[in-house]
Ligand binder design. Structure first.
Ligand code: ACO
Length: 326
């Protein structure tokens, strides 16, 4: 029976011009390129300059995605931004993006906070709305300026994070309703609030009127990230009625190359099928997956018709997976 699916018809990304290398960081805190690259796989990250905001990266990524989709802002009927670093406490960064892009009145705009799993959570919402026939074209963005909530004196965390945005245009298409369809074939999202304090900002609006800094128990996050990323892959593939042998590309959340390697080894996914950007992006939380997707489409690695499995894990803890034939 035919079914409405969300096809990803355009992707885009934006990164701050300023690049911070491991050597730059070794002049700021007691660390070294050797320590950072062997423990995390990160060599450099982009960081926002003064006067650059999360919405700036969202808008540039959205403009590139719209161009690649051969669409204009007037065609968009839903905006969703996944972020933990909004421009303002309120309104939503999605509203600011709508204002700058000149999106017409009446189009719903909202943010979602699911940390590093934000893009998968946002995709779940947009995909459900498309499949229910409530909207036709969604602008789905993951964006962060994590540099604003990093304590630049804390070597345990400041070496890990970066800034940027990735965007995707989802469009409703009538498909056959089989696993051979193009578009989003499944999404699974999960959370376990018992880990609320394991990875968190030490402050908040209601708590103490500040945005605070990132704190985490790195070893505990590392341990739980691996099975969570695996569950994201396995559960979304099972829901789509597909298996790992069908997959052309795996896009994991980009937190640490050692986590990615371990997940790929466990799942027996060949390294050549794993998209890795953490080396030059660092961990950009909700932006990491759409950034990796948009970069690999732009480079020609990911092609129309390829089957991609995506999985993520982040603060909350949240985790999830999705399967998309691009
Ligand atoms: N440079 C040099 N030394 C450092 C640095 C640094 N930047 N940071 C910590 N160290 C020191 C520590 O102080 C410690 O020293 P000590 O033994 O004298 O106390 C030593 O290095 C070892 O520290 P560990 O914490 O044991 O190092 P580990 O091998 O666990 O690596 C890391 C730390 C990279 C944070 C790792 O635990 C990790 O990647 N965890 C996952 C966390 C993550 O990626 N979080 C991102 C958000 S969550 C997400 O996106 C999924």
């Amino acid at each position: 029976m035919s079914q409405i699916r969300s096809r990803i018809i355009g992707t885009g990304y934006s990164l701050p011009a300023k690049v911070l290398t491991n050597d730059d960081l070794s002049k700021m805190v007691e660390t070294s390129d050797e320590w950072i690259s062997t423990r995390t796989g990160i060599r450099s990250r982009h960081v926002a300059s003064e006067g650059e905001y999360t919405s700036d990266f969202c808008v540039k990524a959205a403009q590139m995605a719209l161009k690649n989709a051969d669409m204009s802002a007037e065609d968009i009927d839903f905006i969703i931004v996944a972020t933990v670093t909004p421009d303002n406490t309120f309104p939503a960064t999605a509203a600011k993006v709508g204002k700058i892009l000149g999106i017409r009145a009446g189009v719903a705009a909202m943010d979602v906070n699911a940390a590093c799993s934000g893009f998968i959570y946002a995709s779940q919402i947009a995909d459900n709305m498309i499949r229910l026939g409530q909207i036709k074209n969604a602008l789905v963005i993951g964006a962060e300026t994590l540099s604003r909530i990093v304590d630049w004196n804390d070597r345990n965390t400041c070496v890990l994070f970066g800034d940027g945005a990735g965007a995707a245009i989802f469009k409703a298409y009538e498909e056959k309703g089989t696993s051979a369809d193009r578009g989003i074939l499944s999404v699974k999202i999960f959370a376990d609030a018992s880990h609320y304090d394991t990875l968190c900002s030490d402050s908040g609006v209601s708590f103490n009127q500040k945005s605070g800094f990132i704190h985490m128990d790195g070893k505990e996050v590392f341990k739980i990230a691996i099975p969570s990323l695996i569950e994201g892959v396995e559960s979304s593939l099972a829901l789509a009625g597909l298996s790992l042998s069908d997959v052309d590309w795996y896009i994991p959340h980009q937190a640490n190359a050692r986590i990615i390697d371990s997940v790929a080894k466990n799942l027996e996914i060949d390294d050549s099928k794993v998209i890795v950007t953490v080396d030059h992006h660092g961990n950009t939380s909700a932006a990491s997956i759409p950034l990796a997707l948009a970069e690999s489409v732009e480079s020609g690695k990911v092609k129309a018709g390829n089957l991609i499995v995506i999985s993520s894990m982040g603060a909350g803890f949240t985790w999830g997976g999705m399967v998309v034939r691009i």
